[in-house]
Write a protein that binds this ligand. Sequence first.
Ligand code: V0D
Length: 232
Amino acid sequence: MSAQFKHVALIMDGNGRWAKKQNQERTFGHSSGSENVREIAIAANELGIEVLTLYAFSTENWKRPMDEVKFLMKLPEIFFAKFLQELMEKNIRIQTIGELDAFPNDTQKVLLRAIEATKHNTGMILCFAMNYGGKREILLAAKQFAEDLNHGKISMLADEEIFESYLMTKDYPPVDVCIRTSGEQRLSNFLLWQLAYAELVFVPEAWPEFTPERFKEVLTQTADRERRFGGI
Ligand code: V0D
């Protein structure tokens, strides 16, 4: 099936707008969105996807109202209280990309505990992009690259493959598909380098209403599209 895709990335947009449409607080949308992370992660795992990378918190999200940011910071803990056992049963491994040191200590601890608890799991990697920005990732990589060049650890002839080993996704296969929910057709600073050759899919549904069935449908359609336009 869609297991040909090794690495799928997701921009989980539209939670706040979805909540407002039904006269609920934006935070209700975030909680519902968090529940949907479980649904989609389980579906992705069943499809045999190796890495699912989710844009959970961007470097821009700090600009939101303080109460909303505070609420978001509690979501990882709630998520693990509900689902860690299930993640263990399904052999799913948690990882993160982004700069965790900007998060409150409690949130950092929760994340590190989940990464630690699942580090021997050999199934799908569920990677949360947290305080992540694509330009920032490339800048940090470029600085380290320059330092290593300076110290003679790499050659001036170093190519793209060497540069990629400085990115936060260095251990992952290339991103095959990036899906963004809620209709906006932008990358919003997500995985800029990694999406150079990826299929980009924009769906109208808000994240909380994006079902595992739709996820599978989107992946099947994308695989068909790739087959038809793939060149060979
Ligand atoms: C809000 C939609 C799960 C996107 C999903 C702190 C925006 C719900 C997590 C989570 C968020 C993160 C790391 C982890 C386990 C769970 C999460 C944030 C926002 C930002 F290890 N949902 N979720 N984190 N939302």
